[in-house]
Design a protein around this ligand. Structure first.
Ligand code: PLP
Length: 395
């Protein structure tokens, strides 16, 4: 392998770059997970993560990727044969539905075009039609990482309430948490699923279920056969700061540090920073004469921007050229939009210059790959950042 100078630009929508402070916090000797020292870390971790979900209810930490936490959510809250309503926001909503079906759940999709978040009106209509209350849960992806669209979760809650429907509200905020506003208690979410490698600025490896009292009750009364994922086993022993099996100790060191950093910056400031960088990115994309995949105003993600390639041009070839020449990783198009879109991640530990560097890599990569575009997108993004106050820096 040959050495490549300079730092790699990891501009995929997660895993996101891990700050040095977090890497240093993780670089510690492993401790006994049954020791009093661990119990302090366990309690601290559980308290810290609740502040990010904005909940006073239980949050469960699994040593798994987000997919495991998806399964935990379904296996605890639902039973085989249950009917659930899901919304086709994109690739990840589709994968979650496939998982539900594999587990024996009858999952119904509200069909979407992969260019917006969920439509609460359609959800309300469907729930109103379900007069027998056969639908046990509604499952929505908060930030659809494959398309760059955000679903309005507070409005989905209002739709459930307006329909007077008792279904559980289950939300995948794997790539939203810590980057896009999310309020578990205030929005009446029953189960939220998340992961470490996106807005929390950690490596991949741990995942989360935030669980409402109503969802915990549903799992106690039923759920599926489960053991490793069982919420109650976790909740019982978590009360003392321990876990039923070996936890990812060093990831917890990192998480406590990352959450401390997030509060130093301020959650609101973080959300605004993501919005501002997303808006600068969209301005660049439009100046290049390219199209943003999300076409629903107000649903554009702060986490990533998916860009449609001009007809007849391969997004994957372009990404390969950008990587070869400029050492930048951009996200690929997934399933239905494979090779048709590329994704620019602008989440986690980045600043104005990181963003401008990444956008420069895209603009120069488009040239190297022979993709027709207008020059000057980066200059437009620079102007946008210049003209738009930076939260936490400008008054
Ligand atoms: N859901 C969303 C919205 C995601 O972005 C991802 C991963 O990117 C997943 C689910 C799956 O998570 P993991 O890859 O950690 O298993």
């Amino acid at each position: 392998m040959t050495h490549v100078s300079g730092r790699h630009f990891l501009q995929i929508p997660g895993p996101s770059p891990v700050p040095d402070r977090v890497l240093r916090a993780m670089s510690a000797q492993v401790i006994d997970h049954r020791s009093p020292e661990f119990a302090d870390l366990g309690l601290k971790s559980l308290l810290a993560i609740k502040t990010i979900f904005k909940t006073e209810q239980d949050v469960i930490i699994y040593p798994s990727s987000g997919t495991g936490a998806w399964e935990a959510a379904l296996a605890n809250a639902l039973q085989e044969g249950d009917r659930v309503l899901m919304y086709e926001t994109g690739h990840f909503a589709t994968l979650w539905k496939k998982m539900a079906e594999k587990l024996g759940i009858q999952a119904e999709f509200i069909v979407g075009d992969w260019r917006s978040g969920a439509d609460p009106d359609q959800i309300e209509q469907r729930l109103r039609a379900d007069t027998a209350h056969e639908i046990k849960a509604i499952c929505v992806v908060h930030n659809e990482t494959s398309t760059g669209s955000v679903s309005p979760i507070a409005d989905v809650r209002r739709a459930l309430d307006a329909a007077g429907h008792p279904a559980l509200l289950m939300v995948d905020t794997i790539s939203g948490l810590g980057s896009v506003d999310f309020r578990f208690d205030e929005w009446g979410v029953d189960v939220a699923v998340s992961g470490s490698q996106k807005g929390l600025m950690l490596p991949p490896g741990i995942s989360f279920n935030a669980v409402s009292k109503k969802a915990l009750q549903a799992s106690k009364a039923g759920g599926m056969r489960r053991s490793y994922w069982d919420w109650q086993d976790m909740v019982d022993i978590n009360a003392k700061g321990y876990f039923p099996y070996t936890p990812a100790t060093n990831m917890l060191y990192g998480m406590v540090e990352a959450i401390e950093m997030m509060h130093e910056e301020g959650l609101e400031t973080i959300f605004n920073r993501h919005q501002r960088h997303a808006a600068a990115t969209r301005a660049a994309v439009r100046a290049w004469g390219l199209e943003v995949l999300c076409n629903h105003q107000g649903h554009e993600s702060g986490v990533l921007t998916a860009v449609l390639m001009p007809e007849g041009h391969s997004a994957d070839k372009f990404r390969a050229e950008a990587l070869r020449h400029y050492n930048i990783s951009l996200g690929s198009g997934l399933s239905k939009v494979a090779d048709k879109v590329f994704r620019i991640g602008h989440l986690g530990d980045i600043n104005d210059l990181t963003l401008i560097g990444a956008l420069s890599g895209v603009e120069m990569g488009l040239s190297k790959a022979g993709v027709p575009h207008e020059r000057g997108g980066v200059a437009v993004a620079m102007q946008y950042l210049h003209d738009t106050p930076a939260p936490g820096i400008d008054a």
